[in-house]
Design a protein around this ligand. Structure first.
Ligand code: SS9
Ligand code: ZN
Length: 342
């Protein structure tokens, strides 16, 4: 299986994350991809190729123009406003307040942020754009006939909505790839999100549409970020009714239960009969992930890959989360090796 990868991810080098009332070194850090890259090379999964550029059109096919303009200028405007630290949202349009975008950058951060843990820094925009181009390049490989491809994306994307960032995400790489498939001849695309966290952004982007099926396995929102989306009763709206399937699971869930949910998810995908499958591949369902609460083992990820392969669909894997850094390489590549059958 070919991997698409760019060193540009290192431009996203935030030094602070708000966690437990402290500013800590971010869980979503550049070294995550070093461990995956090292493991890919170690097992010889396949060629590792640089992304092509796709400009801004595929980004703007998913994300609002004003939101993209905000992302592009936020760091410079934050610095110009005289703030010392990294750009972190701290005021939101809460209940019964107006959803009007303020002029000041400090207000705009809160208008566009869904969570406070994710800072914006110098290079964040460039890294996010490059990450989307990694996903688009992988999509092009699948469109050209590859049975599978791995888009080693960083920063991740599945929490980002058309006009929302947070959960370490700025541009929704999987959604951008899905829209690219739709804009280039594919009638139906399925997105399977196996990251521990609900892909609220991906769900939101396609929620009223029947041409993209969204299925997610995740920590129950009563207990897990993003907390405010991902319930089983969210099934789509309008034309999209029935084209969102959420499979939330409680703290402590192990692979026996998780795999049953995967089977349910894949049944829905088979019934939908898409032209391609995009897997939002987060491996934070791992038993010792520091910010999650599922109990999958490294060998479970191999089985996960094999189960997904059984769907028999052209498959684009898009890297999302995974924060047990020492094990992220093994766990991620186990999925891909399991998918390939060895
Ligand atoms: N107390 C946990 C806060 C989690 N904050 C964001 C997690 C984003 C995961 C992306 S895959
Ligand atoms: Zn996650």
């Amino acid at each position: 299986m070919e991997t698409i990868y760019s060193e540009n991810h290192k431009l996203r080098d935030a030094q602070t994350e708000l966690y437990g009332g402290q500013l800590v070194y971010p869980f979503e850090r550049p070294s995550r991809l070093d461990y995956i890259h090292e493991r890919l090379t170690e097992v010889g999964l396949g060629p590792i190729s640089a992304p092509d550029s796709f400009g801004m059109a595929p980004i703007l096919a998913v994300h609002d123009f004003a939101y993209v303009a905000f992302l592009q200028s936020a760091w410079d405007r934050w610095q110009a406003a005289g703030f010392e630290g990294e750009a972190i949202a701290n005021a939101w349009p809460a209940r019964r307040m107006v959803q009007t975008c303020p002029t000041h950058i400090d207000g705009q951060l809160g208008y566009y942020a869904l969570a406070a843990e994710t800072s914006i820094t110098q290079g964040t925009w460039q890294a996010a754009l490059s990450s989307a181009h990694v996903a688009l390049t992988g999509a092009e490989r699948v469109r050209a006939g590859a049975q599978s491809c791995f888009a080693l994306c960083r920063p991740p994307g599945h929490h980002a909505a058309k006009d929302l960032y947070g959960g370490y995400c700025f541009l929704n790489n999987s959604a951008i790839a899905a829209q690219h498939f739709r804009d280039n001849g594919m009638a139906r695309v399925a997105i399977l999100d196996v990251d521990f966290h609900h892909g609220n952004g991906t769900q939101d982007i396609f929620y009223d549409r029947e041409d993209v099926l969204f299925v997610s396995l995740h920590g129950a929102p009563e207990y897990a970020f993003p907390y405010f989306l991902g319930y089983a009763n969210e099934t789509g709206t309008g034309a999209g009714e029935g084209f969102t399937l959420n499979l939330p699971m409680p703290p402590g869930t192990g692979f026996d239960i998780w795999r049953t949910a995967l089977a349910t998810a894949l049944e829905r995908v088979a019934e939908y009969a898409p032209d391609a499958l995009i897997v939002s591949l987060g491996v934070d369902s791992f038993e010792t992930d520091p910010i999650s609460f599922f109990k999958l083992t490294s060998s479970d990820f191999t089985i996960m890959g094999a189960d997904i392969a059984a769907a028999g669909l052209p498959t684009l894997f898009v890297m999302e989360g995974g924060y047990d850094i020492a094990e992220i390489g093994i766990n991620t590549v186990n999925v891909l090796e399991g998918f390939q059958g060895h």
